[in-house]
Ligand binder design. Structure first.
Ligand SMILES: [Zn+2]
Length: 389
């Protein structure tokens, strides 16, 4: 049997319930329309846009923070840590860091799914910018098992433990190197913000999932618990800076610059730099009705990069990354048979609210999280993502 034979149906997007400005749908968890039919994600975009204007005021603030990062990096080999995947956004962020005179250490988390193009891009950009690289390689057997744990837990985002691996790699490298700043390249302008229910994760959830669903002993995986965060933030004084908030990162110009300066290659499609993403998308869309393109395409409509009609049209197509070839390759690599895959899709969907998490504690700490976001300790949109979506 073809493991993907039942996955062709696409949920049609109908006009009622769709934001009149972007394409967010009020059927999606945490999306609400106001009296004018405009969604809360559009209002959040406007709020962040006011908070991080791309005018002279915003640029002056960027330069001020960069000066602070340089000052706090004096006497050290590196000013800051920049996570890099080989994709467009992280490569451009690294370029901006160098352009602003920072001395970054690039950190890459290798989960065993990097595409050949992503690896070549990574090498070319690092060489071109003369930036040192520290790669954290996940143990493949463990990495695979952890992804399968999330699948067995029936949670929507099966790449969860790789994201934990990235956070762990960034903070642990910063702590070891004595670096005070981690530069993030998440962009509310070009990526939007995913609803919390889609990909919430924390150390307690991960610990529980491992205890309940893991079938092999883990020797290398390092979870990120609240106590680790407290250690990194309050003892090691590590701060984060979402630099993307301060520069314009939308549009084709970024791709063109990377191509001409570094021979950077487009991976040929959305998220194609990470080969597990075809499986991530198929699984979420078929089992949960979650389409990971939604927030990004909605963001492109808000910034005028894509026409609303075109974005709505694209949402009716099955994403190219979900080709049977890509999905079946990923299933084989994960060791999941066709029969198991059907069982996975048929199992009852679960969310973070079905498992023990730190969320109730974080909710009590929400004023502190708001403050830490404004003080550059946590990414600025953390509060909005955790408590407003
Ligand atoms: Zn909207």
């Amino acid at each position: 049997m073809n493991p993907s034979s039942r996955d062709d149906a696409m949920t049609p997007v109908t006009e009622p319930g769709i934001c009149s400005r972007c394409i967010m749908n009020d059927a999606v968890s945490g999306v609400f329309l106001d009296g004018n039919g405009v969604c809360n994600h559009c209002h959040l975009h406007d709020k962040l846009d006011r908070l991080f204007p791309l005018d002279e005021t915003g640029h002056a603030r960027l330069l001020k923070i960069v000066e602070r990062i340089k000052r706090e990096g004096r006497g050290r080999t590196y000013d800051c840590i920049v996570g890099i995947s080989g994709g467009r956004d992280t490569c451009y962020c690294l370029y901006k860091c160098k352009e602003l005179g920072l001395r970054p250490l690039a950190v890459h988390f290798d989960n065993g799914w990097d595409s050949e193009i992503a690896k070549t891009n990574l090498r070319n950009v690092l060489e071109g910018l003369d930036v040192d690289l520290h790669t954290v390689v996940a143990d493949w057997e463990e990495s695979r098992e952890l992804t399968n744990c999330t699948i067995r837990a029936s949670l929507p985002y099966i790449d969860m433990t790789d994201d934990v691996g990235i956070v762990s790699a960034l903070y642990r490298t910063a702590a070891r190197e004595g670096v005070r700043w981690i530069i993030h390249s998440h962009s509310f302008r070009s990526e939007g913000i995913n609803p919390l229910r889609w990909n919430y994760m924390d150390g307690r959830l991960v610990r529980h999932i491992i205890r309940k669903f893991c079938r092999i002993p883990l020797r290398f995986f390092e979870n990120v618990e609240l106590r680790h965060f407290f250690w990194w933030v309050f003892v090691k004084r590590i701060k984060t800076f979402t630099m993307t908030n301060y520069y314009d990162d939308v549009g084709e110009e970024i791709d063109e610059l990377l191509k001409s300066r570094f021979g950077w290659q487009d991976t040929g499609g959305w998220h194609f730099d990470n080969e597990i993403f075809g499986l991530v998308c198929r699984y979420s869309r078929v089992k949960f009705g979650i389409d990971w393109r939604l927030c990004e395409l909605a963001a492109w409509v808000r910034t005028g990069v894509m026409a609303r009609d075109e974005a709505l049209r694209r949402m009716t197509e099955v994403p190219a990354i979900e080709s049977d070839e890509v999905v079946n390759y990923a299933l084989k690599k994960q060791g999941i048979s066709a029969e198991e895959w059907q069982e996975v899709l048929a199992a009852e969907p679960k969310y973070y609210t079905d498992y023990p998490t730190y969320y109730p504690v974080l909710k009590l700490l929400s004023p502190l999280i708001w403050l830490l976001g404004r003080l550059q300790v946590l990414p600025a949109h953390t509060y909005e993502k955790f408590f407003k979506t």
